[in-house]
Design a protein around this ligand. Structure first.
Ligand code: SF4
Length: 329
């Protein structure tokens, strides 16, 4: 059975179709002792389709806190007392300055991230369009943003100002979403992803793991992302934030994190899989194995509300693994 499902995963991975949700579930049932056989398959699939280049992305938290949504993992919700720093939309110059810093430490893609359901105020949109135009003129990086449940018109306006990628996480599988967020519907998130795809953005959409979801939910999320045609799938691991409902959640075991990444790779063989928040605290010394598990991207620099590793340490890790950062255009 073990060799059968891994042989099938390799075959479907190499041909690019990926395993079905039922086959993915069979992979999750493999014993923990099979992890290195699983990584041998996921590494080969990643290398075949994506080579040795790794996409490095970085973010700026351009508007922090005071969000009226109630995502149970998030320190930026106004419903929880987390002590997170709160501030309105940053000035364009500050956003562009952060992009230049990220470019200097090796990031290829830069995302402007804001808290809240959606950016709606005209003056906030004006700050973003100004920052995007300035980035286009002065920094050679892919311009991405994560601004919530935006309308088609606002997305169009941002595209005209130079936005290339749009990020919007589904967070978890549809069946588990009501346990994570009760202030908006899953379909609202799905709709943004669909609209961004229709408008021709490079679409980055993934989720966060370690919220108490089972393997069936993880498979459900990846199946939805595959069906939506996400171009890039960010994988976050919960780093429990004091004051949130999940403050006492246990970190995932490193091997479980690797299995999640491998599952994503084997379901979506050609998609960018990018490991983002929670990498250090969940994977600890197994961080270099994310690439064997099938990741071909990672976030470097700081996360939204928590500090990241020194970018130099991440670049050294890539060099030691014989991998190299992907260039911009
Ligand atoms: S994840 Fe986003 S939408 Fe949810 S509470 Fe945090 S900032 Fe608000």
């Amino acid at each position: 059975m073990k060799n059968g499902i891994l042989a099938l995963a390799l075959e479907k991975g190499l041909e690019g179709t990926g395993v079905t949700p039922a086959e993915a579930l069979a992979i999750t049932e493999l014993p923990e002792t099979s992890i290195y056989e699983l990584l041998a398959v996921s590494e080969r699939v990643r290398r075949t389709h994506l080579g040795v280049e790794v996409n490095l992305c970085s973010i700026v938290n351009a508007k922090s806190g005071l969000c009226k949504e109630d995502c149970s993992f998030c320190a930026q919700s106004v419903k929880y007392s987390t002590g997170v720093t709160e501030y309105p939309m940053s000035e364009p110059g500050k956003i562009v300055g952060a992009a230049k810093e990220a470019a200097a430490f090796g990031a290829r893609e830069f995302s402007i991230v804001t808290s809240g359901t959606a950016i709606e105020k005209e003056r906030d949109i004006a700050a973003l369009t100004s920052a995007l135009r300035s980035m286009k003129e002065s920094v050679a990086m892919e311009r991405c943003a994560s601004l919530g449940i935006l309308s088609r018109d606002t997305l169009m306006k941002l595209k005209e100002s130079g936005l290339e990628s749009y990020h919007h996480n589904l967070e978890t599988g549809r069946s588990f979403f009501p346990k994570v967020c009760t202030t908006h519907e899953y379909d609202e998130d799905v709709e943004v992803v669909r609209t961004a795809k229709e408008l021709g953005f490079h679409v980055c959409s993934g989720g966060i793991f370690g919220l108490g979801e089972g393997w069936d939910v993880r498979v459900e999320l990846f199946a939805t992302l595959k069906e939506l045609g996400a171009d890039s799938v960010p994988i976050n691991f919960l780093n429990p934030r004091p004051g949130t409902p999940l403050e006492n959640a246990q970190n995932l075991k490193p091997v479980e994190c690797l299995k999640i990444i491998a599952l994503g790779r084997l379901m979506m063989p050609k998609t960018d899989i990018v490991v983002c928040g929670g990498r250090q605290v969940n994977l600890r010394d197994l961080q270099p194995l994310i690439f064997a598990a099938g990741a071909n991207g990672m976030m470097i620099g700081n996360y939204l509300t928590t500090p990241g590793r020194e970018p130099g340490d991440d670049l050294q890790m890539l060099a030691d693994l014989g991998l190299r950062p992907r260039g911009y255009k």
